[in-house]
Design a protein. Structure first.
Length: 940
């Protein structure tokens, strides 16, 4: 009989495991009554236990209710009254439900109910015998062998089953992790299986290891006596159902199970979200017999971004949870809650649509180089050097590249790789109030695509007209040619290979055949009487459609569509040709150019410095404009491309390499262009100032004219215009991919129907391109170039660097880089992000507004209406930034907009609040939010 009583005492020992005096005394009363009554029936013993424990249970329930009434319910009612809301029955019910849910998650029993002897009897697999349970009782009271100690001869060896090898990742799906989810420690499972350490368990079942508790988690678990020490080894959480699967026939694991408090469960959910469900946990320890191996690794599921877009993340700064003190642990924390619908949608998206990645790093580098090195490197940079003092222009250009260009280039690549999303979602996560930056940069890329592909269509038209013996721009025998047309090839033929032609002043030969071909033959403009001008229609009179350009534009969009419709896997291979071929042609043209007569004169003109030009603010403004249009920050392309990288990719190296290639390409193109300009000046007898033209005229008039004077002119023309097409195509790929990536990450239906969306997008581009392909389309293009990108781009990039440096925090950004790369950027980068880039961009914006003048193209003066419409169009993209911010304030849950507006600056400068709502740090620390008259802000 005493043996049975001792067995019963062993079954009850779990309840008294917390060591509290009250429960220990109650247990002694139960045992004493049991012995006095000589009771042997289990149900009778349980009844006695309930009689003794019931008063203490009632007292604990009363304390819980009082605590909730005092700390939660009453302040919530007062908060509702202060906000002017009526205390309706619906509000009270919702509040009560929240209170009960909080009680379930916070006031968790230290240990779950013990397993009854009869249940253990059945689970163990012994034959049932209700009259005598001494065998199982005796087994339950025996102490388990220590770790590493071999089993005794009389102990059965329990084989490890392999059911968990078909591990279903849905068990760790975010939507299934609730306050009722039971967890166990891997160490407890290993001990139950008789394994010496957790490493062997991990070696067999690695996919079951999904979360390693942080120090903050341990501070919550230690007071509940689930862990013995805060600073011990790694505590690895597993789900209870996984442990039961691994154990197989051994089913007494529930005595080790527990549920996480809500604050800790939120971390488990969000850190789990950062792990790609299709990949094994990459940060898990490797198989090692050393038990200390687990302590040297970080969490498996560190959050690499912030809460998934579309999930409603609430930070309650109300009286209800102002202090957020956890009753069990005494640790101060902030409560996060998410919309269940959004959570389910995010979970489904993560499971079914993992992030696409570049096939190789070379694909990424080629794509970035192809985007950055565009037509502007060929026609804009050399002309700006010629215009702004030759080689002295390299001084402001280099300074701006080092202080502003490369730091912003690096910043955008790093942000895209860290958050692995497009521009809209990334900026919404960095700071929800400034999510409009993402929409702004996408609108800029959208506006640029209107006209950029038309320029490629021009090059395509020149390409297929080059496949003939007599180039049309080398002759004045066409129907559109005027009497003032001259054929430059004659001047070249009469000049010696070593001597330049004398300076000429021929009043009757003022327009070259190449110039008339471009403006009259291609664009469809007509002679106005003056030999050096062309009739340009007004913006209200488009004229006839140039079908040869429109058909070429259609072919360009067909090429773009089939390069982009399958994602970066397809475009990443196309850019191998479009990014590398231009360098082959540039090298060939460089060698050919420097061997032409007069080339040294052009190169000298290109590099000869004019120091006095440094005093001209216009030189600095031109240099800054070239840097931004060349490197490409502010278009969303860099974020889109880097979002497909691996998280630990060395984006620092990529930024330095690609930006250096871009700048060196611009410098090299100057030699290619000016060596030919020197040759043209030498052959025609004109000074270089009269030969050089700005913009498209340089590559569609001057260079074709020079190529026409060379032997095998059609071959040189094919190479040159094929180079222009490839330069333009990969830049067009980047702009379109930025739009597709940003919108598909923000809107799920676009990601599902990528091919249809691209087709609709290009169809809209064709509609806009129809008007640009008319006779008056050159005016629309010039209007789009000037007003569509300049101001919006500068404002967008300025807001980017200010938000990252001051609202998100430069320190936080540096921590993100260290987490991603393993090292922190130096002081140079921090100074550029915090001081250099914002200051310089602000000066550029002010200068562009101060020096603004009405738009003029050649002899055509744009009307006041066109200029006013252009100003509104230029600011339309930038207007997305405050518009989205105001929308966030208007739709924020909690107080009314008028009340939120009065707190606007508190919201702006309370940076940690926004960061915590938008981003969970790697080494997250508990945060207590104190606010005198708490209010709640909800950000998407």
């Amino acid at each position: 009989m005493n043996l049975r009583l001792n067995n019963f005492e062993g079954l009850l020992c779990v309840i008294a495991g917390d060591g509290t005096t009250a429960k220990a005394n109650c247990l002694r009363q139960v045992i004493s009554r049991n012995k006095t009554d000589m009771a042997t029936d289990a149900s009778r013993s349980l009844d006695l236990m309930r009689q003794v424990f019931q008063p203490q249970i009632n007292e604990e329930i009363r304390q819980i209710i009082d605590r909730h009434l005092r700390t939660t319910f009453q302040p919530a009612i007062e908060n509702l009254k202060r906000n002017g809301h009526g205390v309706a029955e619906e509000d009270l019910n919702e509040l009560a439900r929240g209170m009960l849910d909080g009680a379930k998650s916070i006031f968790v029993p230290v240990h779950p109910q013990p397993v009854l002897a009869q249940e253990v009897y059945k689970i163990r697999g012994y034959e049932s015998d209700d009259s005598d349970i001494s065998a199982i009782s005796q087994r339950s009271t025996d102490r388990k062998p220590k770790r590493g100690r071999p089993r005794k001869d009389d102990e059965a060896v329990i084989p490890m089953h392999c059911k968990i090898d078909t591990y279903d990742l849905e068990k760790w799906a975010i939507g299934r992790l609730t306050h009722k989810t039971s967890f166990i420690f891997a160490s407890k499972l290993a001990e139950n299986l008789g394994l010496p350490n957790t490493s062997k368990l991990f070696a067999k079942y690695p996919k079951a290891f999904r979360y390693i508790c942080s120090e903050e988690d341990k501070k919550i678990l230690v007071p509940q006596r689930l862990l013995s020490s805060v600073h011990g080894g790694r505590a690895i959480l597993m789900q209870l159902e996984d442990g039961i699967e691994i154990q197989g026939s051994i089913g007494d694991l529930p005595q080790y199970s527990f549920t996480c408090p809500e604050a800790m469960l939120d971390r488990v959910r969000m850190k789990t979200f950062s792990v790609d469900p299709t990949d094994p946990p990459h940060d898990m320890p490797r198989h090692d017999t050393s038990s200390s191996n687990l302590s040297s690794h970080q969490n498996v599921a560190e959050l690499k971004g912030l809460v998934a877009d579309g999930e409603e993340c609430e930070m309650r700064v109300t009286g209800c949870v102002r202090n957020g003190n956890h009753p069990a642990s005494g640790v101060t924390m902030t409560t996060f809650s998410s919309s269940s619908a959004a959570t389910d949608e995010r979970t489904r998206l993560v499971k079914s649509e993992p992030r696409e990645q570049w096939t190789s790093k070379i694909d990424f580098l080629m794509s970035v180089v192809g985007f950055a090195v565009d037509l502007g490197n060929i026609w804009r940079f050399p002309y700006l050097c010629f215009k702004n003092g030759g080689g002295v222009f390299l001084i402001p250009y280099t300074i701006i590249v080092l202080v502003t260009g490369v730091p912003l280039f690096y910043m955008e690549l790093a942000l895209g790789q860290y958050y692995r999303k497009g521009a809209i979602t990334t900026w919404g996560r960095i700071c929800p109030l400034f999510k409009g930056i993402g929409y702004c940069v996408i609108m800029i890329a959208f506006y640029t695509d209107f006209f950029y592909n038309v320029v490629i269509a021009w090059g395509l038209h020149f390409l297929y007209t080059s496949f003939q013996t007599n180039l049309p721009w080398a002759s004045c025998n066409n129907t559109y040619n005027s009497k003032a047309c001259y054929e430059p090839i004659y001047g070249a033929l009469h000049s010696s290979s070593s001597k330049c032609a004398p300076r000429i002043n021929n009043s009757q030969a003022k327009i070259s055949a190449a110039e008339e071909y471009f403006y009259k033959g291609l664009l469809g403009l007509h002679e106005s009487g003056a030999p050096n001008s062309h009739v340009i229609r007004s913006m209200s009179d488009f004229g006839d459609l140039n079908w040869h350009i429109f058909v070429s534009l259609f072919v360009v969009y067909i090429i773009c569509y089939f390069s982009l419709w399958k994602g970066i896997g397809m475009s990443g291979k196309v850019v191998w040709f479009t990014a590398l071929f231009p360098y082959v042609v540039l090298g060939v043209l460089f060698v050919r150019g420097i061997t032409l007569p007069g080339a040294e004169m052009g190169i000298e003109f290109y590099l000869k410095p004019n120091i006095g030009k440094l005093k001209d603010p216009g030189v600095w403004q031109d240099a800054a404009t070239q840097v931004f249009f060349s490197l490409g920050p502010g278009f969303g392309v860099l974020m889109a491309y880097s979002s497909y990288n691996k998280f630990n990719n060395n984006v620092y190296f990529d930024a330095l390499v690609t930006s250096s290639i871009n700048c060196l390409t611009s410098f090299l193109s100057g030699f290619v262009i000016f060596s030919v300009l020197g040759y043209m000046s030498c052959a025609s007898g004109k000074p270089i100032e009269e030969v050089a033209l700005e913009g498209p005229g340089l590559v569609f008039v001057v260079y074709p004219e020079a190529l026409a004077t060379m032997p095998w002119a059609p071959g040189w023309s094919v190479l040159f215009f094929l180079m222009l097409i490839t330069l333009g195509l990969d830049s067009s790929f980047g702009g379109t991919e930025a739009i597709i990536t940003a919108l598909s990450d923000e809107f799920l239906w676009i990601k599902k129907h990528r091919e249809i969306f691209i087709g609709l997008l290009f169809g809209f581009y064709m509609l806009i391109g129809y008007f640009i392909c008319t006779q008056g389309g050159i005016l629309i293009m010039e209007w789009l170039i000037v007003y569509g990108t300049t101001w919006g781009l500068l404002i967008a990039v300025f807001c980017e660097v200010v938000v990252v440096s001051y609202f998100y925090g430069c320190r936080q950004f540096v921590l993100d880089l260290k987490e991603m790369l393993g090292f922190s950027p130096g002081m140079y980068w921090k100074l550029c992000w915090v001081i250099g880039a914002p200051l310089f961009l602000l000066l550029m914006i002010l200068s562009s507004f101060i020096n603004y003048g009405p738009l003029v193209y050649q002899d055509y003066q744009f009307s006041d209406t066109a200029n006013l419409a252009g100003i509104f169009f230029a600011l339309s993209a930038a207007a997305a930034i405050p518009t989205v911010g105001i929308f966030k304030l208007c739709t924020s849950k909690g107080r009314t907009f008028s009340e939120a507006s009065r707190k606007f600056w508190e919201l702006i400068f309370f940076r940690n609040l926004l960061i915590r709502c938008a981003h969970i740090e790697k080494d997250r620390r508990s945060m207590s939010i104190h606010q005198s008259d708490g209010w709640r802000v909800t950000m998407m």
